[in-house]
Design a protein around this ligand. Structure first.
Ligand SMILES: Nc1ncnc2c1ncn2[C@@H]1O[C@H](COP(=O)(O)OP(=O)(O)OP(=O)(O)O)[C@@H](O)[C@H]1O
Ligand SMILES: [Mg+2]
Length: 257
């Protein structure tokens, strides 16, 4: 299993910020995401698509929420709105008491990159950069020096067992490799919240299980808050909460695990 050296790496860095700190900045039961009366409509021609109808959702630091539901029910819209990428039609989202839609676009971008790691349904890569440079990029955007960013990127990649992919071009990798690189890129800034949209989408069972085991460990051992979308029924009870969506609504929210 990958991540076997995680503890060592987390503890060994006396002078550097640990790659994966286990010390949560707040109480584990604190509310980290508070979504209230969220609505998102899309206007396509004369049609109004109600992608999110009325979402109320409170997520605590220890939560590992697995979101499922039929195609088109609003899962990606919800993830992207929580990330502050999509703007809601109405409603509020507070992340650690910050109303993210009260921030301007630049502030929201900085806030997102500091607090959240995001794995999109389809990964976007900077094609002119190799894998290592893509993974290091979020840190460079945050203003870290390139050398330091690459050192951190290498540490995370080593932990995920993908260091040997460093010099490749992301689009030329297999689906499973790309998802690990996407996970490394999401983890490089050491965020406390991870949002993952179908991270095992087209992967075989073994590779999917390995990726899901990493999320499980990140939640249990490293106390990361995780919101993960999956259509794979085998994973619906993997987290601490299973949330079913239908037609832009949350229709079921059960504790599991
Ligand atoms: N940019 C957009 N413009 C217009 N309609 C959109 C847009 N994005 C999403 N939608 C619509 O909003 C609804 C919710 O889409 P969303 O992508 O959130 O579904 P999903 O649950 O993630 O589906 P899937 O399981 O297929 O990924 C769908 O009806 C979709 O067609
Ligand atoms: Mg989707």
């Amino acid at each position: 299993m990958e991540f076997k050296n995680m503890k060592k790496i987390a503890n060994e860095q006396k002078t550097d910020k640990p790659i994966m700190s286990k010390d949560s900045p707040t109480n584990h039961h604190d509310v980290v995401i508070d979504v209230s009366d969220l609505k998102k409509n899309y206007k396509v021609g004369s049609n109004l698509i109600k992608a999110l109808q009325e979402i109320d959702l409170t997520i605590r630091a220890t939560d590992f929420c697995v979101i499922y539901g039929p195609s088109g029910c609003g899962k990606t819209t919800l993830i992207n709105t929580i990330a502050g990428i999509d703007t809601p039609s109405s409603g509020e989202i507070e992340i650690r008491d910050t109303d993210i839609f009260n921030l301007d676009d630049d502030q929201r971008g900085i806030f997102r990159s500091k607090k959240m790691g995001i794995i999109h349904q389809l990964s976007h890569w900077v094609k002119s950069l190799n894998v290592l440079e893509n993974v290091a990029l979020p840190l460079i955007i945050q203003g870290e020096k390139e050398k330091h960013s690459k050192i951190r990127a290498k540490r995370v990649m080593r932990e995920l067992g993908i260091l040997d992919l460093s010099r490749q071009i992301p689009t030329q990798l297999s689906g499973g490799e790309q998802q690990r690189v996407a996970l490394a890129r999401a983890l490089v800034t050491n965020p406390w919240i991870l949002l993952a949209d179908e991270p095992t989408g087209n992967l075989d069972t073994k590779t999917s299980d390995e990726i899901m085991a990493i999320f499980d460990m990140l939640n249990k051992e490293y106390k990361r808050t995780i919101i993960l979308v999956t259509h794979n029924q085998a994973y619906w009870t993997l987290g601490t909460r299973a949330i079913e969506m239908r037609d832009g609504l949350i229709v079921k929210d059960t504790k599991s695990g």
